[in-house]
Ligand binder design. Structure first.
Ligand code: SF4
Length: 481
């Protein structure tokens, strides 16, 4: 049984795509580690590296910055800490000099136009997001490794597919399905977040998990704040203007704040009502996904394309919800929300997919909406069964949603789609909070199975290939990011 931590579901990285940017970056890092441990000797240095991209990675890799991510991975940069302002100068230097220094320290000739091949008509067998690295050495020998980027930044090496790997940790409450989760909650009397907190202790001390998850929120909120204060055009050639900052200026009658807490205070005090709240939820989501599209720092939640849904709903909870008890501090709410949301995401990953190349947009926006709906429901006092009902409702109304980003850029329809995912999550939570889960016709496990069945039936044109839908009705030539 696969064991997944909350820190697997929420990863700090760089936009615009978890499967097409973060995953390939991680694959390049893993490739270097593999070479470093077994194949580099002083007398036999690497002379070249070539990367072949297949399937969806080849078809939409340019728009998703896959080539950029690969180069940054090869030079040994870390997506968690690399300064996003340095992306363009660093890549420009590699392109101009046609050389790069590998993370292992060796300088090689590398021309991305020659050494990164987009094989749009070829597929590898296991997954649409396949990539092969080939290093050649001074003595003429070569080593090739194949990886698959399976969504959410997760990467699987081809060798691993042959072996049934043993989970690295043994969890007190192993969870493979919503039914398992429900059983553990009943047996222990713990809410979903409590079960998750106990399981996380198998990986690390409780205070370390809390600190890491609060840091995840810190990055999410910084991303929202930055997105709400950045103007201009998004990169890539589609000429999409940023809108979050326009929303921010229109909704706030002041600009006399200079940090996140003061900004939140201004939002709280300058309006009420349904339209005001709705606009802010949209604004939060737009801000994150505009940052994502601009190669900004984001948290994969559970993917980059869908990274705005969870921060937007959690921010809505913290800013707008009334009726929270005084005992519920912001930190408690943040932890409960993100723990609960992560477990729902884990179950989707285990039983279906969180990869748009496998399941279309239902696997990205649909899953993030289900995660957010469950997190919100627990924080608002819902039972574990109501949390799962909220997740089911949110996914039920994303079933069949296709992925057809224009130009392969994570911009249209992706950015707006996050606003929809957030609103659906809030609606799903409200419905579940005022319903009896015992009378529900569709369980969370059944909707997950249905999502997977739909993914299998879905035409491959709608699985992050830009071969169908909006992508072919609005052709665009992608410019170098
Ligand atoms: S359409 Fe959906 S799944 Fe596809 S890239 Fe955009 S957000 Fe991701």
């Amino acid at each position: 049984m696969e064991s997944l931590s909350v820190l697997d579901m929420f990863k700090i990285g760089i936009g615009p795509s978890s499967s097409h940017t973060l995953g390939p970056w991680n694959a390049a890092t893993r490739f270097l580690e593999t070479l470093g441990s077994s194949h580099i000797t002083e007398g036999n240095p690497i002379t070249s590296v070539q990367i072949k991209l297949y399937g969806s990675l080849a078809k939409t890799g340019k728009g998703h910055g896959t080539d950029i991510a690969l180069m940054l991975g090869l030079v040994g940069e870390d997506p968690v800490s690399f300064d996003v302002d340095n992306i363009r100068p660093r890549i420009r230097s590699i392109r101009d000099l046609k050389r790069l220094t590998l993370g292992t320290g060796q300088c090689i000739s590398f021309d991305p136009a020659r050494d990164i091949l987009f094989l749009t008509q070829e597929m590898l067998p296991f997954h649409s997001n396949g990539l092969a690295f080939c290093a050649t050495f001074n003595d003429g020998s070569a080593r090739t490794e194949i990886y698959y980027s399976v969504g959410g930044g997760f990467v699987v090496q081809e060798d691993q597919l042959q072996h049934n790997s043993t989970p690295a940790v043994t969890l007190p409450y192993p969870i493979e399905s919503a039914l398992d989760l429900s059983r553990w909650c009943k047996q222990t009397g713990l809410p979903i977040s409590g079960v998750v907190a106990e399981n996380e202790k198998a990986w690390r001390a409780d205070h370390d998990t809390r600190a890491a998850v609060l840091n995840i929120w810190h990055v999410m909120r910084q991303c929202m704040y930055s997105g709400c204060h950045s103007d201009g055009m998004l990169p890539g050639g589609l000429n999409v203007m940023r809108r979050a900052s326009q929303f921010n200026k229109r909704l706030l009658k002041t600009s006399s704040y200079n940090d996140y807490p003061a900004w939140i205070q201004a939002i709280r005090t300058q309006g009420t009502g349904f339209a005001y709240t709705l606009d802010w939820v949209s604004c939060f989501a737009l801000a994150v996904n505009e940052q994502n599209a601009a190669f900004g720092r984001v948290v994969t939640a559970p993917t980059n394309g869908a990274a705005g849904v969870i921060p937007a709903v959690l921010q809505y909870l913290l800013v707008f919800r009334e009726g929270l008890t005084e005992q519920q501090t912001d930190n408690d709410l943040i932890l409960r929300f993100l723990y609960t949301a992560s477990e729902i995401g884990c179950i989707f990953k285990k039983r279906a997919t969180i990869s748009a190349a496998m399941g279309g947009c239902q696997a990205e926006i649909g899953v993030s909406s289900a995660m957010a709906a469950a997190g919100l429901t627990e924080c608002l006092g819902g039972s574990a069964e109501q949390c799962m009902m909220a997740a089911e409702i949110a996914m039920e109304h994303h079933l069949g949603m296709t992925c057809d980003p224009i130009g392969g850029l994570v911009q249209v329809p992706c950015i707006e789609r996050n606003t929809m995912g957030a609103i659906k999550a809030i609606t799903a939570s409200q419905l579940a909070l005022h319903s009896d889960p015992a009378s529900a016709k569709v369980s969370l496990d059944v909707v997950i199975k249905t999502m997977w069945d739909t993914a299998l039936d879905m035409n491959s044109r709608y699985k992050e290939t830009s071969d169908g839908g909006l992508a072919i009705n609005i052709p665009v030539s992608v410019s170098e990011c």
